[in-house]
Design a binder for this molecule. Structure first.
Ligand code: SAM
Ligand code: CO
Length: 284
């Protein structure tokens, strides 16, 4: 249910190159640093994943690595060393860097020992239609990278079919969003669509669209989420759902609240909804 299309790490014919880099002025470092900006991720189709755990998650899930930057001082770590050899065998370049270079790339003090440069991957929405007992998450114009990363992590945790980003959303491949996914970016299928494309896709969808709305009149525990699967539609942090999306939903549900908060945080509301939708399927 949660698998990406097969994309084994491509065994390129030639092993990658190994370089030692000590200057932040090195052009390779400049190119990698530039991936912090969306413009450069869009131009190159690449993004950054920080930390050895994330890099290993990505390689295990078959994501294509272009370059691995490792802390030269940490190469006595057996797992790091093994991952470095694995990367070179896959044909990607290995950069052995000092701390200054790693700090410059990640714009962080105490940077991680490894930063991977990977090729972005998304899927067409047509591949994500949920079936019985499945749930697909749809986010309308999500603004906050931390929220997006947290939703991706939660979608992974419940075994969601995928996450669809509708309209003008933040980039799931930003450093901040990737950090917040804790590695789930590599196991959740992501599609991007315009609102018009989404509404077109919706016409052929077999599963009901269940939207969450502050004006919803149905308790979120009422719908049948399982028998035809569910398309769960979540609204923008400030504005909620657009009218067009709200009207496209079969049901608008609300999570009852006590206290004085106007609403729940988007990622928290998505978590509550996902565990309700998957209640019958998840067991210890
Ligand atoms: N001011 C916005 C409004 O009135 O719609 C609040 C948006 S809320 C911060 C962001 C999203 O989280 C909402 O669009 C909805 O999808 C979901 N959400 C938050 N609290 C909810 C609740 N109590 N019931 C249903 N959905 C909720
Ligand atoms: Co530039």
């Amino acid at each position: 249910m949660n698998k990406r299309p097969d994309q084994p790490n491509r065994p390129l014919s030639a092993p990658g190159r190994v370089k030692e880099v000590t200057s932040t002025a090195n052009p390779i470092v400049k190119d990698i640093r530039a991936l912090v900006q969306k413009k450069h991720r869009d131009e190159t189709g690449l993004f950054l994943a920080e930390g050895l755990k994330l890099v290993i998650d990505a390689l295990d899930a078959g994501w294509e690595i272009k370059t691995l930057v490792v802390a030269r001082a940490a190469l006595d770590n057996a797992l790091l060393e093994k991952t470095a050899s694995r990367t070179v065998a896959l044909g990607a370049d290995l950069i052995e860097a000092n701390n200054k270079v790693l700090e410059a790339i990640t714009r962080r003090d105490n940077p991680q020992n490894a930063v991977g440069v990977f090729r972005k991957q998304t899927v067409p929405i047509a591949e994500l239609a949920p079936r019985r007992d499945e749930v697909l998450v749809v986010l309308d114009r999500v603004r906050d990278p931390g929220n997006l990363g947290t939703v991706l992590r939660t979608a992974d945790a419940v075994g969601a079919t995928g996450v669809v980003l509708v309209g003008d959303t933040v980039d799931p491949f930003s450093l901040e969003a990737v950090r917040a996914t804790m590695g789930s970016i590599f196991s959740v299928r992501i599609a991007r669509t315009s609102e018009a494309q989404f509404l077109e896709w919706r016409k052929g969808a077999q599963a009901p669209l269940i939207g969450t709305h502050m004006a919803g009149t149905v308790d979120y525990r009422e719908p049948d989420y399982g028998s035809k699967g569910t398309v769960l539609v979540m609204g923008n942090e400030q504005a909620g759902l657009t009218d067009a999306l709200a009207e496209a939903c079969d049901t608008l549900v609300r999570i009852p609240q006590a206290g004085r908060a106007d609403s729940l945080n988007l990622a928290v509301a998505t978590g509550v909804m996902l565990f309700e939708a998957r209640r019958g399927t998840l067991t210890l």
